[in-house]
Ligand binder design. Structure first.
Ligand code: GLN
Length: 302
């Protein structure tokens, strides 16, 4: 009797994944297969989908695990990004806490680190590096993790972002090498609370660069949960990029570099836009494609 009763209530990991996947598909939730795998994995304490398949597939979920899956399922049905539901996400091998509404680090941004590292190393000065718009801290913390002896300053206009960057730095034991400050870049290229004469060898930024017309096309996951100030670049996607270039013109040492992630249309339109701004005195040194082959990164030099 009890056996019969139990078999109606019990569900294996594999069955639960299949069931969730079907429901996500029917309710038009993005990436139904991955969503189901990650969420059940999280409930089972196994972050890795392959591990879940190999080690847990036929296990039965207990009551706590079932309750967990139900909670995650509700969040995902409301289009919350998987990363926010899990509460952490990996970037260049670092596990970062992620939390709404702070921008979730994207895989293509990992490459920015490969471009910035040689600039930092060749600058020689280990403490004159600035990140503008640090979000969760992904870029700054990767640089600190990968470059020995480096210390740097990270700034963001959002209080939540600054707090999260600091929290991640503390979790990763890198807080003593990172100075986080709140500040907003103004249209004239000044940065709130920033000393006029402070200079840097390298500046790095993944600024808001999405063109206004493309904002509407973004997934619900993004528009409902992420701080759009981290994405909205205005009509041509340059509303923050140009002020950052003005700031860099003033605050880079001669020969210093700024490396930025941009929209693929920007390498084409920026030369003319920069010519129109007398207070930008940088040249485009190189343009680099992302892992999808789109022109995504620009290195400028003063
Ligand atoms: N590539 C990002 C996205 O669409 C945009 C990032 C940004 O504006 N910095 O998710």
């Amino acid at each position: 009797l009890t056996g019969g009763c139990q078999s109606e209530l019990t569900v294996s990991v594999g069955e639960m994944v299949a069931q969730l996947e079907r429901e996500f598909q029917a309710r038009e939730v993005g990436e139904p297969d991955l969503s189901a795998l990650y969420l059940v994995g999280q409930a089972m304490g196994c972050a890795n989908p392959d591990g879940l398949r190999q080690r847990h597939w036929n296990q039965t979920l207990n009551e706590t695990q079932l309750a967990c899956v139900q909670r995650f399922r509700q969040c995902r049905l409301a289009h919350m990004p998987i990363q926010y539901i899990l509460g952490e996400w990996d970037f260049r091998g670092l596990t970062l806490t992620v939390r709404p509404p702070v921008f979730i680090p994207r895989p293509e941004t990992e490459q920015l680190i490969d471009l910035v590292t040689p600039l930092v190393l060749s600058a020689g000065e280990s403490d004159r590096v600035l990140e503008i718009g640090c979000g969760s801290g992904a870029i700054s913390l990767s640089l600190l993790h990968e470059i020995q002896g480096l210390s740097l300053t990270a700034v963001d206009q959002s209080r939540a972002a600054c707090a999260l960057t600091m929290e991640n730095a503390l979790n990763l034991g890198m807080d003593s090498r990172l100075s986080v400050r709140r500040g907003q870049i103004r249209p004239d290229g000044s940065l709130e609370h920033w000393a006029e004469n402070q200079t840097y060898h390298v500046i790095v930024s993944n600024p808001p660069y999405v063109l206004r017309k493309d904002l509407l096309g973004l997934q619900r996951e993004i528009t409902l949960y992420e701080d759009l100030r981290a994405l909205d670049g205005g009509r041509h996607g340059l509303d923050v990029i140009l002020p950052i270039l003005k700031f860099a013109s003033n605050h880079l040492v001669q020969g210093g570099h700024i490396c930025m992630e941009v929209d693929p249309c920007h390498p084409l339109i920026l030369p003319e836009e920069m010519d129109k701004c007398p207070d930008i005195n940088l040249r485009i040194k190189s343009v680099h494609p992302d892992l999808y082959g789109k022109e995504r990164f620009i290195i400028f030099q003063k």
